[in-house]
Ligand binder design. Structure first.
Ligand code: BG6
Length: 476
């Protein structure tokens, strides 16, 4: 499909996200001939840079973070489309010149704004764009978090919708665009083998884990105001959860997918916030600081870097199936996965389906067979499909941000969140936050599997987190 000419303007273009993800992603799209004939990337920032000094700064990042090969020639060609525009976006002054600049680049181009800034600036920038006649033929991509709570999310959304229209707002959640998250639709709905057993009759529990080995790095200030729950739960984790548990949409377009995700989120709840939410914070380990010792973190901070929760969906498919969710920084292993544990048949080990999202991508299935020979002894075996190993040209698969930027240029909302999803997710997150002020904070040593209390959460229900160690023990 042909894409209209675009001027892409990045607010917050001197931040980490732009260097690490956005500009390399546009480079990859450029290298793959996926950009329109006329396109320009305008990076807006307050710093005293020129286009030349900005390009200079960008070069090493492109070298390091581009997926597609990059040599001097392709680098310079791409950079010739990137310019730096110095202005303070909270002040009116620069906007008239910005308009003149756009007109000099391409008067008829579609304007695509990328707000890679704190949500507290989303409305200010949008008002200023409108007041200076820069919202006609325009659309906007906004980064998570969508506001800092439900009230601010509603307010931001109202302003942006009034000025730009809902169809022109693209709410990014990069987890939606991950290869294996998109694959969940096919795994679930494209296989009779899985489709018919996907529900309470056969499934004992669902577990969703997003464990990271990284700490808070240079984001202490942000993290102190956010914490693991707000950072990962109302967005990434609930996106995965709703795709795993929703009913099959009539068709796989944005409208029908969003509708089914929203329906399941409406029935998602937490029964007992005091008992079903476990907070943790990492302490030091050899060569690694405790959270409280990180830069810009208070030495007596009680902000959680780990959270585990038990949720429930009150509908016919999932009633009485516990859904366990956890995420943590400085965990022993980076791994994002979904585990479906099935009810045990008499004296047998339970079956499992594990959807491995990252860093390994694949599907693991565990089942029981009879051992060869005359006796009826059984054995537990598994099939482990590695998607990332099996596709030779794995490097040719677009990364999440590339997919998202391309989709926004094509005006395809499938990979973006609807506002209703955002709203329902904030509602649940706020119920949890407001109800757990007195929940204890458990400390865990960095590079371990989180506080032991998160294991107790499952053991109280006769369940267990299915970690590698558990898999090893159960299969041997
Ligand atoms: C971001 C969070 O949205 O997602 C980060 O703010 C987190 O704290 C990151 O590290 C994880 O993304 P990925 O793609 O590396 O799993």
């Amino acid at each position: 499909m042909r894409i209209n000419n675009h001027i892409i303007t990045i607010f917050g273009g001197t931040g980490d996200l732009s260097f690490r993800k956005l500009l390399p992603a546009f480079y990859n799209l450029h290298a793959g001939n996926k950009l329109p004939e006329s396109f320009h990337i305008v990076v807006v920032g307050r710093q005293d840079l020129t286009t030349e000094t900005y390009r200079q700064r960008l070069r090493p990042w492109l070298k390091e973070h581009s997926r597609c090969p990059i040599d001097d020639e392709s680098m310079e060609l791409y950079l010739s489309y990137v310019s730096y525009f110095k202005m303070t976006f909270t002040e009116d002054e620069g906007y008239p010149q910005l308009k003149t600049y756009f007109n000099s680049l391409d008067e008829n181009a579609r304007l695509l704004y990328y707000f890679a800034v704190s949500p507290s600036f989303f409305e200010t920038i949008t008002y200023k764009l409108k007041n200076h006649g820069l919202t006609h033929n325009a659309k906007v991509i906004i980064e998570k978090p969508f506001g800092n709570d439900l009230v601010s999310a509603i307010k931001i959304n109202q302003t942006l919708t009034d000025i730009l229209g809902d169809d022109n707002i693209y709410r990014i959640d990069h987890y939606i665009a991950k290869e294996m998250v998109q694959n969940i639709y096919t795994i679930r709905f494209g296989n009779a083998l899985f489709k018919e057993i996907w529900g309470r009759k056969a499934i004992k529990s669902i577990q969703i884990s997003a464990n990271e080995t990284v700490g808070v790095e240079s984001r202490g200030t942000f993290y102190e105001a956010t914490g693991a729950l707000k950072d990962m739960f109302p967005n990434h984790l609930l996106q995965i959860l709703s795709i795993v548990t929703m009913e099959e949409p009539k068709s796989f377009d944005a409208h029908h997918i969003h509708h089914q995700q929203e329906k399941v989120l409406e029935h998602l709840d937490i029964k007992n916030v005091q008992e079903d939410v476990i907070y943790g914070q990492y302490t030091q380990a050899i060569n690694s600081k405790s959270y409280r010792d990180e830069a810009n973190v208070s030495p007596d901070s009680n902000v959680e870097t780990f959270v585990a929760l038990k949720l429930a969906i009150d509908n016919d498919r999932w009633r009485d199936v516990p859904i366990y969710v956890r995420t943590g920084k400085r965990m022993h292993k980076r791994s994002t996965e979904v585990v479906l544990e099935f009810k045990e048949e008499l004296n047998q080990t339970s079956n499992l389906i594990i959807i491995k999202i990252q860093p390994d991508e694949g599907v693991y299935v565990r089942f029981n067979i009879k051992k060869p020979g005359q006796k009826n002894d059984t054995e537990t075996v598994f099939m482990d499909f590695c998607q990332s190993c099996n596709y030779e040209n794995r490097l040719n698969t677009p990364e999440a941000y590339e997919r998202l930027l391309h989709a926004a240029m094509l005006e395809d909302h499938t990979l973006f969140a609807s506002f209703k999803q955002v709203e329902l997710s904030w509602k649940l997150a706020e119920k949890i936050i407001n109800g757990t002020h007195d929940n204890p904070l458990y400390f865990y040593e960095a590079f371990t599997s989180g506080p032991k209390e998160s294991y107790d959460l499952l053991r109280n229900d006769n369940n267990d987190w299915i970690d590698e160690e558990v898999l090893g023990e159960l299969s041997s």
